[in-house]
Design a protein around this ligand. Structure first.
Ligand SMILES: [Fe+2]
Ligand SMILES: [Fe+2]
Length: 199
């Protein structure tokens, strides 16, 4: 199963292990809580790029749409939390996000390219994992919810890729994406002990 999932998400170097699926399915409430934080962060990342690069009109237009969609997802996940009586509380993040952020090079144009590609990779991984939750979640209604979200995340990867391809040469984008994708998979190679979307 995992390899067929991977073939549909070509950018990821390694597919998610079944151990992650088992960990997530046994901790659905924590996964929902973490998922809410992921959606909030995804909206924040899009907004930050808009603040940082306000003159890139195409980027501003596309990321405005993404920020709005991510906030809608945040709202929808929060409704699931309420429905299941899960109180909102902060969770310690897994090392994944910080590990990827550390790959962003400081110089201005490198920083812009890396920011777009790191965001894109996180979207691609979210797409894969929400798809796994949609397949394996034993609660049909919740599974349907994950199904409804996973396609947006794939589209978001496409937008970040397109933006990178708009502002940088394709060969440079491809090469850097390849390097970052290796790190992305390495960061997930050992399952984080706490259940998280990106554990
Ligand atoms: Fe989302
Ligand atoms: Fe997204």
């Amino acid at each position: 199963m995992q390899s067929s999932q991977l073939s549909r998400i070509e950018i990821l170097k390694q597919p998610t292990s079944f151990r992650w699926v088992e960990q997530a399915i046994s901790n659905l409430d924590t996964i929902l809580l973490d998922h809410a934080q992921c959606e909030r962060k995804a909206a924040g990342v899009a907004l930050n790029l808009i603040f940082r690069y306000p003159s890139n009109a195409k980027m501003v237009r596309e990321l405005t749409k993404i920020a709005r969609e991510e906030l809608e997802h945040f709202e929808q996940v929060n409704q699931w939390l309420e429905r299941r009586n899960i109180p909102m509380r902060p969770l310690t993040p897994p090392p994944y996000g910080a590990g990827l952020k550390a790959q962003i090079r400081p110089q201005q144009s490198d920083r812009f390219l890396d920011s777009l590609l790191v965001s894109g990779l996180i979207e691609a991984r979210s797409h894969e994992r929400l798809g796994l939750l949609a397949t394996y979640c034993p609660e049909p209604e919740l599974a349907k919810f994950y199904q409804s979200l996973m396609m947006s995340e794939a589209r978001h990867f496409g937008t970040y890729w397109l933006l990178a391809d708009t502002y940088f040469e394709r060969q440079i984008v491809k090469q850097r994406l390849d390097e970052l994708a290796v790190v992305e998979s390495q960061l997930l190679a050992n399952l984080h002990p706490e259940p998280r979307i990106h554990s």
